[in-house]
Design a protein around this ligand. Structure first.
Ligand code: IMP
Ligand code: MG
Length: 190
């Protein structure tokens, strides 16, 4: 089948009752991924990179980021951790559901995450990967919610800062839903 290049535009999906207005569009996210991808390319020039996506929320953002990292020795891995229950508040406990496939000893690791809220998940992961003798551990998050912070943790690469609301879309879920939204929005309160 013949294909043609079309201009991509963010279309709002049919009105999901619980989802608010578009806060950040897909175009804005992709433009930011380009900038951050270039920075990561620069930081690890001539070195290898293991990009570790934190399932499931990081998936759309990871897909954008990896396409913007110009590095012949980039490989991907995934981890899955659980720290949240089904509500909107963190349990404060981190459990590894799926561990790395690769040995990261002496390697540069870039963790890709959807959002840093309390910082508990990434603080734990950063320590865990450092313990496994990674050469460098960097955090690249789509969103940062600084008002939620409970531990002292700063991401190295931040897509966008968001206010104190429960965010959904572009990987972020409420009760496993809304991850497929091609934009960032928030959960309506009612
Ligand atoms: P933290 O450990 O509190 O920093 O939260 C990390 C995880 O909680 C993220 O990877 C998300 O899965 C989830 N999370 C935190 N804030 C939000 C939000 O506003 N919307 C959806 N998920 C969130
Ligand atoms: Mg989640």
């Amino acid at each position: 089948m013949k294909w043609t290049i079309k201009e991509r535009t963010t279309k709002k999906m049919s009105e999901f009752k619980a989802v608010g207005e578009v806060m950040i569009t897909e175009e804005q996210i992709r433009a930011r991924a380009k900038e951050i991808g270039a920075q990561i390319t620069e930081e690890f020039k001539g070195e290898d990179i293991i990009v570790v996506g934190i399932l499931k929320g990081a998936l759309p953002w990871m897909a954008d980021i990896i396409k913007c990292i110009d590095n012949e020795n980039l490989i991907m891995d995934f981890m899955m951790v659980s720290s949240y229950g089904s509500g909107t508040k963190s349990s404060g406990q981190v459990r590894i559901v799926k561990d790395l496939d690769f040995v990261i000893d002496g390697k540069n690791v870039v963790i890709i995450e959807d959002i840093v809220d309390s910082g508990i998940t990434l603080n734990y992961l950063k320590g865990y990967l450092a313990q496994r003798n990674a050469k460098a551990v960097r955090i690249c998050t789509l969103l940062d919610k600084p008002t939620g912070r409970k531990v002292d943790l700063e991401a190295d690469y931040v897509g966008f800062e968001v206010p104190d609301a429960f965010i959904v879309g572009y990987g972020l879920d409420f009760d496993q839903r809304y991850r497929q939204l091609p934009y960032i929005s928030f959960l309506k309160q009612d």
